[in-house]
Write a protein of this length. Structure first.
Ligand code: XMP
Length: 317
Protein backbone atom coordinates (compact mmCIF):
# COMPACT_ATOMS: atom_id res chain seq x y z
CA UNK A 1 0.00 0.00 0.00
CA UNK A 2 1.14 3.49 -0.85
CA UNK A 3 1.84 5.71 2.15
CA UNK A 4 3.84 8.94 2.24
CA UNK A 5 6.34 7.40 4.66
CA UNK A 6 6.94 4.33 2.54
CA UNK A 7 7.27 6.51 -0.54
CA UNK A 8 9.86 8.68 1.20
CA UNK A 9 11.81 5.70 2.41
CA UNK A 10 11.93 3.80 -0.88
CA UNK A 11 12.51 6.94 -2.94
CA UNK A 12 15.47 8.11 -0.85
CA UNK A 13 17.00 4.64 -1.02
CA UNK A 14 16.46 4.49 -4.78
CA UNK A 15 17.94 7.98 -5.25
CA UNK A 16 21.04 7.05 -3.23
CA UNK A 17 21.48 3.96 -5.34
CA UNK A 18 20.92 5.79 -8.62
CA UNK A 19 23.01 8.89 -7.88
CA UNK A 20 25.86 7.61 -5.74
CA UNK A 21 28.38 10.45 -5.43
CA UNK A 22 27.08 12.30 -8.49
CA UNK A 23 26.17 15.95 -8.34
CA UNK A 24 22.66 17.16 -9.19
CA UNK A 25 21.45 20.65 -10.09
CA UNK A 26 17.82 21.55 -9.53
CA UNK A 27 15.79 24.65 -10.26
CA UNK A 28 13.60 25.65 -7.34
CA UNK A 29 10.46 27.55 -8.26
CA UNK A 30 9.01 28.33 -4.87
CA UNK A 31 6.25 25.82 -5.52
CA UNK A 32 5.39 22.65 -3.69
CA UNK A 33 6.68 20.27 -6.36
CA UNK A 34 10.23 21.52 -6.80
CA UNK A 35 10.56 22.05 -3.04
CA UNK A 36 9.51 18.49 -2.20
CA UNK A 37 11.75 17.10 -4.95
CA UNK A 38 14.66 19.11 -3.55
CA UNK A 39 14.17 17.94 0.01
CA UNK A 40 13.95 14.29 -1.11
CA UNK A 41 17.17 14.69 -3.09
CA UNK A 42 18.79 16.56 -0.21
CA UNK A 43 18.02 13.63 2.08
CA UNK A 44 19.56 11.26 -0.42
CA UNK A 45 22.71 13.15 -1.47
CA UNK A 46 23.08 16.17 0.86
CA UNK A 47 25.48 18.83 -0.36
CA UNK A 48 25.77 17.19 -3.78
CA UNK A 49 22.41 18.75 -4.55
CA UNK A 50 22.89 22.28 -5.93
CA UNK A 51 19.65 24.24 -5.98
CA UNK A 52 19.15 27.31 -8.16
CA UNK A 53 16.27 29.69 -7.55
CA UNK A 54 15.80 32.20 -10.37
CA UNK A 55 13.99 35.50 -9.93
CA UNK A 56 12.31 35.85 -13.34
CA UNK A 57 10.56 39.07 -12.34
CA UNK A 58 7.23 37.28 -12.75
CA UNK A 59 6.73 36.02 -9.22
CA UNK A 60 4.23 37.23 -6.65
CA UNK A 61 5.01 40.28 -4.54
CA UNK A 62 7.99 39.64 -2.18
CA UNK A 63 7.92 35.96 -3.11
CA UNK A 64 11.54 35.65 -4.19
CA UNK A 65 13.03 37.04 -0.98
CA UNK A 66 10.72 35.21 1.41
CA UNK A 67 10.94 31.84 -0.32
CA UNK A 68 14.73 32.02 -0.66
CA UNK A 69 14.87 32.61 3.08
CA UNK A 70 12.68 29.54 3.73
CA UNK A 71 14.91 27.37 1.55
CA UNK A 72 18.01 28.46 3.41
CA UNK A 73 16.22 27.71 6.66
CA UNK A 74 15.53 24.17 5.44
CA UNK A 75 19.25 23.62 5.02
CA UNK A 76 19.17 23.43 1.23
CA UNK A 77 22.27 24.36 -0.70
CA UNK A 78 20.58 27.12 -2.72
CA UNK A 79 21.67 30.06 -4.84
CA UNK A 80 19.29 32.90 -5.66
CA UNK A 81 19.79 34.51 -9.07
CA UNK A 82 18.33 37.87 -10.07
CA UNK A 83 17.50 37.54 -13.77
CA UNK A 84 14.50 39.88 -13.91
CA UNK A 85 15.86 42.09 -16.67
CA UNK A 86 16.80 39.18 -18.94
CA UNK A 87 13.21 37.92 -18.79
CA UNK A 88 11.67 41.37 -19.34
CA UNK A 89 13.97 41.93 -22.33
CA UNK A 90 13.01 38.58 -23.85
CA UNK A 91 9.30 39.25 -23.31
CA UNK A 92 9.36 42.74 -24.73
CA UNK A 93 6.97 43.02 -27.68
CA UNK A 94 5.47 39.54 -27.24
CA UNK A 95 1.76 39.10 -26.64
CA UNK A 96 0.99 35.60 -27.90
CA UNK A 97 0.74 33.21 -24.91
CA UNK A 98 2.77 30.42 -26.46
CA UNK A 99 5.48 32.85 -27.60
CA UNK A 100 5.66 34.22 -24.08
CA UNK A 101 5.92 30.70 -22.65
CA UNK A 102 8.65 29.81 -25.14
CA UNK A 103 10.63 32.98 -24.44
CA UNK A 104 10.43 32.37 -20.70
CA UNK A 105 11.40 28.73 -21.11
CA UNK A 106 14.35 29.71 -23.30
CA UNK A 107 15.67 32.38 -20.94
CA UNK A 108 15.17 30.12 -17.97
CA UNK A 109 17.28 27.46 -19.64
CA UNK A 110 19.97 30.03 -20.53
CA UNK A 111 20.13 31.39 -17.00
CA UNK A 112 19.97 27.95 -15.50
CA UNK A 113 22.67 26.69 -17.83
CA UNK A 114 24.98 29.58 -16.89
CA UNK A 115 24.51 28.64 -13.24
CA UNK A 116 24.79 24.89 -13.80
CA UNK A 117 28.11 25.40 -15.56
CA UNK A 118 29.46 26.80 -12.33
CA UNK A 119 28.96 23.44 -10.64
CA UNK A 120 31.97 21.26 -11.45
CA UNK A 121 31.26 17.79 -12.88
CA UNK A 122 27.51 17.93 -12.52
CA UNK A 123 25.82 14.82 -13.96
CA UNK A 124 22.10 15.21 -13.31
CA UNK A 125 19.24 17.63 -13.57
CA UNK A 126 16.66 17.24 -10.81
CA UNK A 127 13.08 18.22 -11.61
CA UNK A 128 9.83 18.46 -9.67
CA UNK A 129 7.71 17.12 -12.54
CA UNK A 130 4.53 15.46 -11.26
CA UNK A 131 2.22 12.98 -12.97
CA UNK A 132 -0.38 15.45 -14.36
CA UNK A 133 2.44 17.46 -16.02
CA UNK A 134 3.55 14.31 -17.78
CA UNK A 135 0.05 13.51 -19.06
CA UNK A 136 -0.81 17.05 -20.14
CA UNK A 137 2.40 17.52 -22.06
CA UNK A 138 1.84 14.21 -23.86
CA UNK A 139 -1.80 14.95 -24.63
CA UNK A 140 -1.10 18.34 -26.21
CA UNK A 141 1.14 16.91 -28.94
CA UNK A 142 -1.69 16.59 -31.50
CA UNK A 143 -1.79 19.31 -34.19
CA UNK A 144 -5.41 20.20 -33.48
CA UNK A 145 -4.94 20.62 -29.78
CA UNK A 146 -1.94 22.72 -28.91
CA UNK A 147 -3.37 23.62 -25.55
CA UNK A 148 -0.33 24.79 -23.66
CA UNK A 149 3.28 23.78 -23.75
CA UNK A 150 4.34 23.35 -20.16
CA UNK A 151 7.89 24.53 -20.40
CA UNK A 152 9.18 22.64 -17.41
CA UNK A 153 8.37 19.23 -18.89
CA UNK A 154 10.15 17.24 -21.51
CA UNK A 155 13.69 17.71 -20.41
CA UNK A 156 16.59 19.42 -21.93
CA UNK A 157 18.19 20.98 -24.92
CA UNK A 158 21.05 18.79 -26.17
CA UNK A 159 23.74 21.16 -25.07
CA UNK A 160 23.08 20.50 -21.44
CA UNK A 161 23.91 16.78 -21.65
CA UNK A 162 22.52 16.05 -18.23
CA UNK A 163 20.52 13.04 -17.20
CA UNK A 164 17.14 13.81 -15.65
CA UNK A 165 16.00 12.68 -12.24
CA UNK A 166 12.31 13.27 -11.41
CA UNK A 167 11.42 11.71 -8.07
CA UNK A 168 7.78 12.87 -8.14
CA UNK A 169 6.73 11.90 -11.65
CA UNK A 170 4.30 9.23 -10.48
CA UNK A 171 2.48 11.43 -7.95
CA UNK A 172 -0.57 13.65 -7.99
CA UNK A 173 -0.52 17.01 -6.26
CA UNK A 174 -2.25 15.87 -3.08
CA UNK A 175 0.23 13.01 -2.77
CA UNK A 176 3.13 15.42 -3.21
CA UNK A 177 1.76 17.49 -0.32
CA UNK A 178 1.45 14.40 1.87
CA UNK A 179 5.02 13.42 1.03
CA UNK A 180 6.11 16.97 1.90
CA UNK A 181 4.38 16.67 5.27
CA UNK A 182 6.13 13.36 5.92
CA UNK A 183 9.37 15.21 5.18
CA UNK A 184 8.34 17.94 7.66
CA UNK A 185 8.51 20.72 5.13
CA UNK A 186 7.19 24.06 6.33
CA UNK A 187 3.46 24.73 5.89
CA UNK A 188 4.24 28.08 4.33
CA UNK A 189 5.72 26.18 1.39
CA UNK A 190 3.53 23.05 1.42
CA UNK A 191 0.22 24.84 1.71
CA UNK A 192 1.06 27.16 -1.16
CA UNK A 193 -1.29 27.22 -4.12
CA UNK A 194 0.09 25.89 -7.42
CA UNK A 195 1.70 28.66 -9.44
CA UNK A 196 2.59 28.33 -13.13
CA UNK A 197 6.24 28.31 -14.21
CA UNK A 198 5.74 31.34 -16.51
CA UNK A 199 4.24 33.10 -13.50
CA UNK A 200 2.47 36.42 -13.88
CA UNK A 201 3.43 36.53 -17.57
CA UNK A 202 0.43 34.34 -18.37
CA UNK A 203 -1.79 36.32 -15.99
CA UNK A 204 -1.07 39.56 -17.83
CA UNK A 205 -2.97 39.17 -21.07
CA UNK A 206 -1.01 40.62 -23.94
CA UNK A 207 2.34 42.31 -23.69
CA UNK A 208 4.35 42.23 -20.46
CA UNK A 209 5.89 45.34 -18.99
CA UNK A 210 7.50 45.76 -15.56
CA UNK A 211 4.80 48.36 -14.80
CA UNK A 212 1.97 45.89 -15.45
CA UNK A 213 3.78 43.28 -13.36
CA UNK A 214 4.00 45.75 -10.47
CA UNK A 215 0.28 46.57 -10.72
CA UNK A 216 -0.73 42.92 -10.85
CA UNK A 217 1.56 42.06 -7.93
CA UNK A 218 -0.21 44.66 -5.78
CA UNK A 219 -3.71 43.48 -6.73
CA UNK A 220 -2.75 39.83 -6.32
CA UNK A 221 -1.21 40.47 -2.89
CA UNK A 222 -4.40 42.17 -1.69
CA UNK A 223 -6.44 39.25 -3.01
CA UNK A 224 -4.28 36.50 -1.50
CA UNK A 225 -3.84 38.28 1.86
CA UNK A 226 -7.60 38.63 2.14
CA UNK A 227 -8.13 34.95 1.34
CA UNK A 228 -5.65 34.16 4.12
CA UNK A 229 -7.13 36.49 6.72
CA UNK A 230 -10.65 35.27 5.96
CA UNK A 231 -9.47 31.69 6.54
CA UNK A 232 -10.38 30.75 2.97
CA UNK A 233 -6.91 30.29 1.43
CA UNK A 234 -6.53 26.63 2.42
CA UNK A 235 -9.98 25.74 1.09
CA UNK A 236 -9.12 27.06 -2.35
CA UNK A 237 -6.98 24.91 -4.64
CA UNK A 238 -5.58 27.80 -6.64
CA UNK A 239 -6.24 31.52 -6.77
CA UNK A 240 -4.75 34.50 -8.51
CA UNK A 241 -5.50 37.80 -10.14
CA UNK A 242 -5.38 38.38 -13.88
CA UNK A 243 -4.57 41.69 -15.56
CA UNK A 244 -6.91 42.24 -18.48
CA UNK A 245 -5.95 44.33 -21.51
CA UNK A 246 -9.27 46.12 -21.26
CA UNK A 247 -9.81 49.66 -20.12
CA UNK A 248 -13.11 50.90 -18.83
CA UNK A 249 -14.55 54.14 -17.56
CA UNK A 250 -14.87 54.85 -13.86
CA UNK A 251 -15.18 57.75 -11.43
CA UNK A 252 -12.78 58.54 -8.60
CA UNK A 253 -13.92 61.61 -6.60
CA UNK A 254 -14.82 64.16 -9.28
CA UNK A 255 -12.54 62.60 -11.85
CA UNK A 256 -13.37 60.37 -14.72
CA UNK A 257 -10.93 57.47 -14.93
CA UNK A 258 -10.13 55.18 -17.83
CA UNK A 259 -8.14 52.30 -16.43
CA UNK A 260 -7.60 48.55 -16.59
CA UNK A 261 -9.65 45.65 -15.27
CA UNK A 262 -8.39 42.98 -12.88
CA UNK A 263 -10.12 39.62 -12.82
CA UNK A 264 -10.07 37.40 -9.73
CA UNK A 265 -9.89 33.64 -10.24
CA UNK A 266 -10.30 30.98 -7.54
CA UNK A 267 -10.86 27.29 -8.23
CA UNK A 268 -11.44 24.04 -6.45
CA UNK A 269 -9.66 21.04 -7.94
CA UNK A 270 -7.88 17.82 -7.08
CA UNK A 271 -5.16 17.84 -9.68
CA UNK A 272 -5.72 20.79 -11.99
CA UNK A 273 -7.10 18.58 -14.76
CA UNK A 274 -10.65 19.68 -14.02
CA UNK A 275 -11.74 22.54 -11.79
CA UNK A 276 -14.80 24.34 -10.48
CA UNK A 277 -14.90 28.02 -9.68
CA UNK A 278 -15.13 28.74 -5.96
CA UNK A 279 -18.25 30.26 -4.48
CA UNK A 280 -16.37 32.87 -2.46
CA UNK A 281 -18.56 34.85 -0.07
CA UNK A 282 -19.95 38.06 -1.59
CA UNK A 283 -18.82 40.18 1.33
CA UNK A 284 -15.26 38.91 0.94
CA UNK A 285 -15.33 39.65 -2.79
CA UNK A 286 -16.69 43.12 -2.04
CA UNK A 287 -13.89 43.82 0.45
CA UNK A 288 -11.20 42.65 -1.97
CA UNK A 289 -12.67 44.64 -4.84
CA UNK A 290 -12.81 47.84 -2.76
CA UNK A 291 -9.29 47.40 -1.49
CA UNK A 292 -7.87 46.80 -4.94
CA UNK A 293 -9.69 49.71 -6.58
CA UNK A 294 -8.85 52.10 -3.74
CA UNK A 295 -5.19 51.12 -3.46
CA UNK A 296 -3.91 49.95 -6.82
CA UNK A 297 -3.30 52.81 -9.19
CA UNK A 298 -4.22 51.83 -12.74
CA UNK A 299 -7.14 49.57 -11.77
CA UNK A 300 -10.70 50.87 -11.59
CA UNK A 301 -12.73 47.69 -12.04
CA UNK A 302 -12.62 44.17 -10.59
CA UNK A 303 -14.50 41.17 -11.97
CA UNK A 304 -14.82 37.55 -10.80
CA UNK A 305 -14.34 34.56 -13.09
CA UNK A 306 -17.22 32.04 -12.86
CA UNK A 307 -15.96 29.54 -15.44
CA UNK A 308 -15.14 25.92 -14.76
CA UNK A 309 -12.57 23.65 -16.42
CA UNK A 310 -13.48 22.27 -18.89
CA UNK A 311 -14.32 24.10 -21.06
CA UNK A 312 -12.34 27.03 -19.63
CA UNK A 313 -8.81 26.46 -18.36
CA UNK A 314 -7.61 27.63 -14.97
CA UNK A 315 -5.21 30.19 -16.40
CA UNK A 316 -6.40 32.67 -18.98
CA UNK A 317 -3.47 32.07 -21.30
P1 XMP B 1 -4.73 25.22 -17.03
O1 XMP B 1 -4.68 26.71 -17.26
O2 XMP B 1 -4.11 24.44 -18.16
O3 XMP B 1 -3.78 24.98 -15.77
O4 XMP B 1 -6.09 24.73 -16.65
C1 XMP B 1 -3.69 23.76 -15.08
C2 XMP B 1 -2.63 23.94 -14.03
O5 XMP B 1 -1.35 24.09 -14.68
C3 XMP B 1 -0.78 25.34 -14.37
N1 XMP B 1 -0.14 25.84 -15.58
C4 XMP B 1 1.18 25.82 -15.80
N2 XMP B 1 2.18 25.40 -15.02
N3 XMP B 1 3.72 26.02 -16.72
C5 XMP B 1 3.46 25.52 -15.49
O6 XMP B 1 4.40 25.18 -14.78
C6 XMP B 1 2.74 26.46 -17.56
O7 XMP B 1 3.01 26.92 -18.67
C7 XMP B 1 1.39 26.34 -17.05
N4 XMP B 1 0.19 26.64 -17.59
C8 XMP B 1 -0.73 26.33 -16.66
C9 XMP B 1 -1.93 26.21 -13.89
O8 XMP B 1 -1.48 27.26 -13.04
C10 XMP B 1 -2.80 25.20 -13.18
O9 XMP B 1 -2.32 24.92 -11.89
Amino acid sequence: DWTPDSFVETTIAALKEKLGDDKVVLGLSGGVDSSVAAVLLHHAIGKNLYCIFVDNGLLRKNEFESVLESYKHMGLNVKGVDAKQRFYDALSGLSDPEKKRKAIGRVFIEVFDDEAHQVQDVKWLGQGTIYPDVIESVSVKGPSATIKSHHNVGGLPDFMKLKVVEPLNTLFKDEVRRVGKALQIDDNILGRHPFPGPGLAIRILGEITPEKVAILQEADAIYINNLRSAGVYDKVWQAGAIYLPVQSVGVMGDERTYENVVCLRAVESLDGMTADWCHLPYDLLAKISNEIINNVKGINRVVYDISSKPPATIEWE
